[in-house]
Design a protein. Structure first.
Length: 375
């Protein structure tokens, strides 16, 4: 910290301003978003804040400070901080400092199921600032300019990430819609048998890995974390999984998701999963790729419509129509292309995801430099 900076308790230098309890919630024709602990929840026809850093009081997440632009209404689950004298601390400098102190503020939260801010401890926090108001405004101007550039870089990385995902999805969709002459289209009831899994309580150890709905990762492959097991039992062979088996979730938020089982691990599958066994020459991996397409999910949504609890049982599954080449050789050629494209797009996704992580770290580094006198 430079010698021309001073440190004070937050309560000594600032006024902590609470939001207002909202009684009448306005909806139709309203104008101003309401912010608090959980962000925008509804709208009011009047505002009581403009361009300010909001600090959550209740139901805090790790990112408990956020800058809100424009006019907005602040409810009583949030608060803002204003200087007691704008001749001592510039509001813009204070707003940036609240963002810099985000992790410190979150550490003051109390509670387990729901974290709420310890406001007295928050008031007792120390803040540091240059004695010169001109220096404060210089720092604010620099931060505004740098963060605008970071925001642009983040927007570009997010756009590139989205494009890389859409590249694969677009090609996948074209494979199953722009079909050749030697393709056929069959309902699964004609080409596939369905088998329900085993009902048992999972244990931390046992003779077989117990594959459950939660064991499918975001790519539709088997996770290696949080493995659970079951003991050996009569009839276990009926549920024994083979490399290349397909398992579909039939209930819950993941209903319709298909797992491609690639493993030599001794495993059986749980009752909320359905195994698909094709009766004719159809590659299970081709169907797995099909299950990632919009063509597949449009059918799932239509066949499962009207259910209060998301579910997609064997009866509905058999009604799915699946287009595929009659030639197993052509099926394998398509799979090879899809595998290669998937690998390349996953590489791109990792690059852009890491870019986003790096940009968040850069923001923290810049803020750290600014409020330790090094900007």
């Amino acid at each position: 910290m430079k010698s021309d900076w001073q440190t004070k308790r937050l309560d000594d230098a600032c006024e902590v301003e609470y939001g207002t309890r909202v009684v009448n919630k306005k909806h139709g024709g309203s104008k101003y978003p309401v912010y608090g602990g959980g962000g925008a929840t509804f709208f009011m026809d009047r505002s009581n804040r403009e361009n300010r850093m909001v600090v959550a009081r209740f139901a805090m997440s790790e990112q408990c400070t956020r800058f809100v632009t424009g006019e907005f209404f602040l409810n009583d689950s949030g608060l803002t901080v204003a200087p007691k004298s704008c001749r001592v601390i510039a509001q813009g400098f204070l707003d940036w400092q609240m963002l810099f102190l985000n992790d410190k503020i979150y550490s003051l939260a109390r509670g387990s199921a729901q974290k709420n801010l310890d406001v007295p401890a928050f008031r007792n926090m120390e803040i540091s600032f240059p004695e010169s108001l001109t220096e404060q405004k210089r720092i604010v101007k620099t931060l505004d300019e740098v963060f605008e550039k970071v925001a642009t870089a983040k927007e570009n990385a997010e756009k590139n990430l989205k494009n890389s995902k859409e590249l694969f999805e677009s090609y996948l969709q074209s494979v199953f819609t722009n079909r050749g002459k030697d393709w056929e289209k069959q309902s699964l009831s004609n080409v596939c048998e369905v088998e329900y899994g085993y009902t048992e309580k999972a244990k931390s150890d046992g003779d077989y890995r117990f594959v459950r709905i939660t064991d499918t990762d975001e790519n539709g492959l088997l996770t290696q974390e949080n493995k659970m097991y079951v003991r050996s039992f009569d009839g276990a062979n009926k549920y024994l999984l083979n490399d290349g088996d397909l398992l579909m979730a039939r209930t819950g938020a993941s209903a319709g998701n298909v797992l491609f089982f690639e493993s030599d691990e001794k495993a059986i599958f749980a009752s909320y999963l359905i195994r698909l066994k094709f009766k004719k020459e159809v590659s299970s991996k081709l169907y797995w790729f099909f299950s990632k397409s919009k063509l597949y999910w449009d059918q799932v949504k239509q066949l499962s419509a009207g259910s209060a609890q998301p579910q997609f049982n064997g009866g509905a599954l058999k009604k799915i129509t699946f287009p595929f080449p009659k030639s197993l050789h052509e099926q394998k050629a398509i799979i090879k292309k899809l595998d290669a494209l998937s690998v390349e797009t996953k590489k791109l996704e990792k690059i852009y995801e890491q870019k986003l992580v790096d940009l968040e770290e850069l923001k923290k580094s810049i803020l750290s430099g600014a409020f330790k006198g090094g900007l």
